[in-house]
Design a binder for this molecule. Structure first.
Ligand code: AN0
Ligand code: CP
Length: 318
């Protein structure tokens, strides 16, 4: 594997899940792979889970790890070519990337959508420059359009908890006070579409996602109808994708918050969220604290999805 940015990069999903469950049982068995290999994680945005779980996965594999928070201590980076750099940015990404590549064997990048230009975001302008100029395998730790490590962990979690071979999985939009990225719902949709589950997406009008990711999924504008008989409820907020509202908040309708009443419509569904979550906007205290909430094991599986991805990179470096 040379890069990990979307579901295509992982290949056969059943094989990937099988490998993940194996890695979960024997997570320290592959230390020989990472000896004298260095992971560099670059964060343009905040993180708790991705930072810790990916570092943990790399340490499980015997790797050395370096973390750079671009906003804390690094030079302010210019990303546009042709700019006269007489402002507050002391270094250009086009030098910074190959320099960072010279110190690392594998590079992880977190770089959220800026919601300034849909074209820049959806062309993955920053992530693709790392792929092009670092000379090293690169993986997304949530970039502008996708969060594949999260979707892979979500898939592993569903496989562990499902009670039927083809569960009904409902991804529902829920209200939030900030304009959040589309990366998590895009990836979740992309990965769910690659399974044989029944997959439904519920959101208010105007919150349609890029059909490149939602594919053939059923779209419901009535949340109650979508939730009927669900085995898994995956809540997430995202800002509007469609023009002219790209990056805007169109609704804060509290009737879309996932509550005990909403969960009562389901087939005693498990509740999932990628975290961090704002309680009583996305989900009520009661639901997230209920026995049906699997947000903690879901987050714990981030270590496993990261370990499979890093293991595959290391295997192709041997
Ligand atoms: C981010 C998002 O919604 O994409 C990260 C989630 C993994 N969340 C926030 O910015 C709060
Ligand atoms: N779910 C997730 O990626 O969390 P962080 O933003 O804390 O890394």
């Amino acid at each position: 594997m040379k890069k990990f940015t979307s579901v295509q990069d992982i290949g056969d999903l059943k094989a990937a899940v099988k490998e993940a469950l194996e890695v979960k049982k024997h997570r320290f068995d592959y230390q020989y792979l990472g000896k004298n290999k260095t992971l560099l994680m670059i964060f343009f945005n905040s993180s708790l889970r991705t930072r810790l779980s990916t570092q943990k996965a790399a340490m499980n594999l015997g790797m050395n790890v370096m973390v750079l928070d671009v906003k804390q201590g690094a030079w302010n980076l210019e990303t546009e070519r042709g700019v006269v750099m007489n402002g507050d940015k002391a270094e250009h990404l086009l030098e910074a990337i190959p320099v960072m590549g010279s110190y690392a064997d594998i590079i992880g990048v977190r770089s959220f959508a800026k919601y300034e230009s849909k074209e820049d975001d959806y062309s993955e302008k920053i992530l693709n420059q790392f792929i092009k100029y670092s000379g090293k395998p690169v993986f997304s730790m949530e970039a502008a359009t996708c969060h594949p490590l999260q979707a892979f962990a979500d898939l592993i979690t569903i496989e562990e908890y499902k009670k039927t071979p083809h569960p009904k999985v409902v991804m529902t939009w829920a209200p939030h006070c900030r304009a959040l990225p589309q990366a998590v719902p895009n990836s979740f949709a992309e990965w769910m579409n690659a399974t044989d589950y029944e997959f439904v997406i519920a959101h208010p009008h105007g919150y349609e996602l890029d059909s490149k990711f939602t594919g053939h999924a059923r779209i419901e504008y009535d949340q109650d109808k979508a939730l009927e008989g669900a085995d898994f409820v995956y809540a997430k907020n995202w800002a509007a994708y469609t023009d002219p509202n790209y990056g805007k908040i169109l609704s804060s309708d509290p009737t879309w918050t996932v509550s005990t009443e909403k969960m009562a419509l389901t087939n005693n569904a498990y509740f999932m969220h990628c975290l961090p979550v704002r309680r009583n906007l996305i989900v009520t205290d009661d639901v997230i604290e209920s026995p049906q909430s699997i947000v903690i094991p879901e987050a714990a599986n981030r270590e496993i999805s990261a370990e499979v991805v890093l293991k595959r990179f290391l295997e192709s470096l041997q």
